[in-house]
Design a protein around this ligand. Structure first.
Ligand code: PEP
Ligand code: MN
Length: 338
């Protein structure tokens, strides 16, 4: 952190700031220029609010040098983190596919998808049993019954399960069925939920809030990590902008920014970002080209009959075509699609 003093700051105001810095346990480094005096503060001062200092008499501006997150930051952990799930490692040099329906609807639907994924050597199935929806009057999922269907299909076909948990009080129950917890866009700042997920030892897929900044996403990841769980995969799922042609706007820039700021794996949700299956293959290929570590994608044997998000779900045939293209692009980039 750097404090910049006003041109006419008095010596006693400068001394007052230096005393405060020292009292908080940091080391001040004073530098007097012709016009302005500044003081550099060393020590991990990320938890110090700027308010503490910019309200002091004589202080013009306070500039933080370090990012406000630490455990999630690449500065403190330069190597890429890899998150293990279902015998796979999500992280650099691989591109992991998490595919499945928006909602678990019935056994036949999940069986069709699970057997298809297993036949193609894929390892991760998604499916929502607790569904946050744009309208609370829409289908909200089968609840625990849906989790049972997912888990038993996963067992039969050797697939690991990724499913959403919406509330802290459900973490223990959902944890009996899932291999990875998904935190949805509407819950990125549900701190009670994040705290509960920090206390367990299972990976978390943390989606970016549709109106959250990248820094806020990393602060939420930090909060889970601080509570003890460091197995986190970040997910860019599209943000709200003025554009209405797509359901959300896929922020491709979030991939290189997250990768630079953080060591955590980053995946993309092309389905919720685009909202229309026609655009999903392009978004998926763009994610791979931009350096993402995978995608979470909605597929359905009969999208036209889906109980939720049919419009953005790929048929198994369309997913197959995309899978081939991803493998071709992966080969060029030296990334294994898994
Ligand atoms: C989902 O993955 O089914 C979902 C509801 O996603 P999001 O939280 O990104 O809207
Ligand atoms: Mn969905």
């Amino acid at each position: 952190m750097i404090l910049i003093f006003q041109k006419d700051a008095t010596e006693s105001q400068i001394q007052q700031a230096l005393e405060k810095i020292t009292a908080l346990g940091y080391v001040p480094h004073l530098s007097r220029g012709v016009l302005k005096t500044i003081v550099g503060v060393t020590g991990d001062d990320r938890s110090v609010a700027e308010l503490e200092f910019d309200q002091l008499p004589g202080v013009e501006e306070v500039v933080h040098v370090l990012k406000p997150f630490k455990l999630a930051s690449r500065d403190f952990h330069p190597e890429d983190t890899r998150v293990e799930i279902g015998g796979l490692r999500i992280g650099s040099d691989t591109f992991s596919l998490i595919a499945g329906p928006c909602s678990v609807e019935d056994e036949d639907q999940i069986e069709a998808i699970a057997s298809y994924l297993a036949q193609n050597g894929l390892k991760l199935i998604r499916g929502g049993a607790f569904k946050p929806r744009s309208s609370p009057y829409s289908f909200q999922g089968l609840g625990e019954e849906g989790l049972k269907i997912l888990k038993s299909a996963g067992r039969r076909h050797g697939l690991a399960v990724v499913t959403e948990v919406m509330a802290a009080h459900d973490v223990e129950m959902v944890g009996r069925y899932t291999d990875m917890f998904q935190v949805g866009t509407r819950n990125m700042q549900n701190f009670a939920l994040l705290r509960a997920l920090g206390e367990i030892r299972k990976p978390v897929l943390l989606k970016r809030s549709m109106m959250g900044t990248i820094e806020e996403l990393l602060l939420s990841a930090e909060y889970i990590m601080k509570a003890g769980n460091t197995d986190i995969v970040l997910c860019e799922r599209g943000i709200r902008t003025f554009e209405t042609a797509t359901r959300n706007t896929l922020d491709i820039a979030a991939i290189p920014v997250c990768k630079r700021w953080s060591h955590l794996p980053v995946i993309v949700d092309p389905s919720h970002s685009m909202g229309d299956w026609h655009y999903v293959p392009s978004a998926s290929l763009a994610a791979l080209a931009a350096g993402a570590d995978g995608i979470i994608i909605e597929i359905h044997p009969r999208p036209e009959a889906a109980k939720s998000d049919g419009k953005q779900s790929l048929t198994l045939e369309n997913f197959q075509r995309l899978f081939v293209k991803l493998q071709q692009l992966g080969e060029v980039l030296g990334v294994r699609v898994q």
